[in-house]
Design a protein around this ligand. Structure first.
Ligand code: GLY
Length: 291
């Protein structure tokens, strides 16, 4: 089984920047070297995403966007395909690596998803690296925020990864600061298993990026996996579901899809998607368009 790592830095209107290309390439190389040394897919996904969260050039971790009240609340999830184990956090604050908090939820609790201040308190128990908590800039009432125009943003930069290890196990993860101009407390697809991520050794691994509201309503990651189980190739499964997302509900998204036999697809219905993989020689292949 040839191990494989794919990662993304979001899908949207904007082309990839030079810094994003550099960090995504570096993250893929970290993942590739871990796979070469026999690391499990779960560790590879976590460590790859940590590089992207730390970079500050994507909408995750140190670069996560702020909600309308000026507070940075982040979401992340991770899942492995052998035992279908998963962990997630939503609306977590003040840490650099929500993906590690998600993994800890999976490994250290009997739960799948922790949210809000209690997710932040959970992370504090494990002394995860902290970032400054952003204080609300303006004391606007929720009613005032609700009256604001809230176009769903196009500047997505959610990060994610999928991996296949040498033992044939797949894993998927994602981490985000959400979308532009979101209400305080809004949660997207990223921490929702079956929506933003899914991994099953009998199907494959999927990591989504895009506007979470549409991705949630169609449980996109699980639907792509179900199509893989039904015999569709990764590219066909991705295209089918993304097209349905657009035609049924005018959604906007991009996806990484990795089958347990190593076939994979990167697909998007946005003008750009920053993503890539490592080829057999460990060289990152990173682009911002995949057709
Ligand atoms: N896909 C990221 C979000 O909607 O929050």
């Amino acid at each position: 089984m040839a191990p494989l790592i794919l990662a993304h830095g979001g899908a949207g209107r904007r082309p990839m920047t030079r810094a994003q290309k550099q960090y995504l390439s570096a993250a893929l190389q970290v993942g590739y070297h871990l796979l070469e040394r026999g690391a499990p897919a779960m560790t590879v996904v976590e460590q790859t995403i940590r590089v992207l969260e730390r970079s500050g050039v994507f909408n995750a971790g140190l670069g996560a966007r702020l909600q309308l009240d000026g507070v940075r609340r982040m979401d992340a999830s991770i899942m492995e395909g052998k035992g279908l184990q998963a962990g997630a956090v939503a609306s977590i604050e003040g840490i650099v690596h929500p993906i590690t908090a998600a993994r800890l939820v999976m490994e250290e609790t009997d739960h799948v998803l922790l949210v809000g201040p209690m997710a932040t308190a959970f992370a504090a128990q494990f002394k995860l690296e902290r970032q400054r908590i952003s204080a609300p800039k303006r004391r606007l009432s929720y009613g005032a925020l609700l009256k604001r125009k809230r176009p769903l943003g196009n500047r997505h930069g959610t990060v994610g990864a999928v991996a296949l290890d040498r033992f044939g196990t797949v894993a998927a993860g994602a981490s985000t600061g959400g979308i532009a101009r979101m209400l305080p407390g809004r949660v997207g697809d990223t921490p929702l298993i079956g929506c933003g991520v899914y991994a099953d050794n009998h199907a494959g691994a999927v990591s989504m990026t895009g506007v979470g509201e549409g991705i949630i309503r169609m449980a996109v990651a699980k639907e792509i996996c179900d199509r893989l189980t039904g015999g569709e190739a990764p590219k066909a499964a991705a295209r089918h579901v993304l097209n349905k997302l657009v035609t049924r509900i005018q959604g906007s998204a991009g996806t990484l899809v990795l089958a347990p036999d190593g076939r994979f697809a990167i697909a998007h219905v946005t003008p750009h998607m920053t993503a890539g993989w490592c080829n057999g020689r460990g060289e990152p292949v990173v682009r911002d368009r995949f057709r």
